[in-house]
Design a protein around this ligand. Structure first.
Ligand code: ATP
Length: 292
């Protein structure tokens, strides 16, 4: 099979990027001509993507603006083709995608209309990085995607294993794919834990490092931790809040409770309150940081 065939390979197209626009002293007619060409290329891309087998399977759920974001990611060389869905959620779908040099990446595509934007807005509250975002649903969701990207960067910098963030374009996040050729990495509840005591220590250290870097995951449990090639990886950091958030303490307590309860069921001597005390007493959260 040709590399990428199973992904519904998108052919390369020549586009005009932002820099080229700035360099061109375009007359109206020339600008029109370029705009028409871009429109044509875009609609061809859309048609090609819609015709791929995988896309038919997923039901063709992307709207025009999402197609445009995917098209930009193709033009910018981050992805070449969209593959099969890994997960279909209420707020976002995660797909495999083919990147240059036969690499597989994961893309998370947020649905602007279906997202629970009120809840998202509550999580953005108190975060100095998103102070001016109140407005409409679209702005909140787009800020959310950037926030997930920024949180991944910050977590990575803090020494927490997360999927490597690669790019963000409108409502689409491109990140490292976790898993192998046969399947995406399983979540903790589905994985063979090996030694649960060691796994618990690793997760405890991750929560502490996150807190030390001024972040609280906010939805941590066995469902947002995956095991990739024997390594524990924290995922879904979109809702992670900074320690400035009015509910950060409550979120941290809940994260600790979820994680400790899971490991206690696995036979580990773990307790939510003890875990919380460990995290806050060992950590020294950095205040007032800008985006990572
Ligand atoms: N980088 C990745 N590589 C491989 N699989 C991934 C990756 N990121 C997410 N997944 C898979 O997709 C699922 C959903 O991802 P994630 O939790 O980030 O999205 P979500 O829409 O917030 O999901 P949910 O609503 O279930 O919390 C994960 O449980 C995991 O199985």
């Amino acid at each position: 099979m040709v590399a990428g065939e199973e992904f519904g390979l998108v052919e390369e197209t020549e586009g005009v990027d932002g820099d080229e626009w700035e360099q061109l002293d375009v007359s109206d007619t020339e600008a029109d001509r370029i705009a028409r060409r871009q429109d044509r290329e875009f609609s061809e891309f859309r048609k090609r993507l819609k015709n791929t087998e995988q896309f038919k399977v997923t039901g063709g759920v992307f709207d025009d603006a999402t197609f445009a974001a995917l098209y930009k990611l193709v033009q910018d060389g981050y992805i070449e083709a969209i593959g099969g869905p890994i997960s279909t959620g209420k707020e976002a779908d995660v797909f495999e995608a083919l990147a240059p040099e036969d690499e597989t990446v994961a893309i998370k595509v947020y649905r602007i209309n279906a997202s629970d934007f009120r809840q998202m807005r509550d999580y953005l509250e108190g975060d100095p990085r998103f102070e001016n975002i109140r407005g409409d649903k679209k702005r909140v969701v787009l800020a959310w995607v950037k926030k997930e990207y920024g949180n991944l960067l910050r977590a990575k910098k803090a020494g927490v294993r997360v999927p490597d963030p690669i790019a963000v374009q409108r409502n689409v996040l491109v990140m490292e794919y976790l898993g192998d050729e046969t399947r995406a990495a399983p979540t903790l509840d589905d994985a063979d834990l090996g030694n649960p005591e060691t796994a618990y220590e690793v997760v405890r250290e991750y929560i502490r490092r996150l807190y030390d870097a001024g972040l609280v995951h906010g939805d941590l449990s066995e469902y947002n931790l995956v095991v990739d090639d024997g390594e524990l990886v924290v995922i879904d950091v979109g809702q992670a809040v900074t320690v400035h958030h009015p509910n950060s303490e409550e979120f941290l307590r809940r994260d600790c409770r979820n994680v400790a309860n899971f490991f206690a069921r696995e036979g580990v001597d773990a307790d939510g309150d003890d875990l919380y005390d460990y995290v806050v007493s060992e950590a020294d959260p950095r205040e007032g940081e800008g985006v990572a």
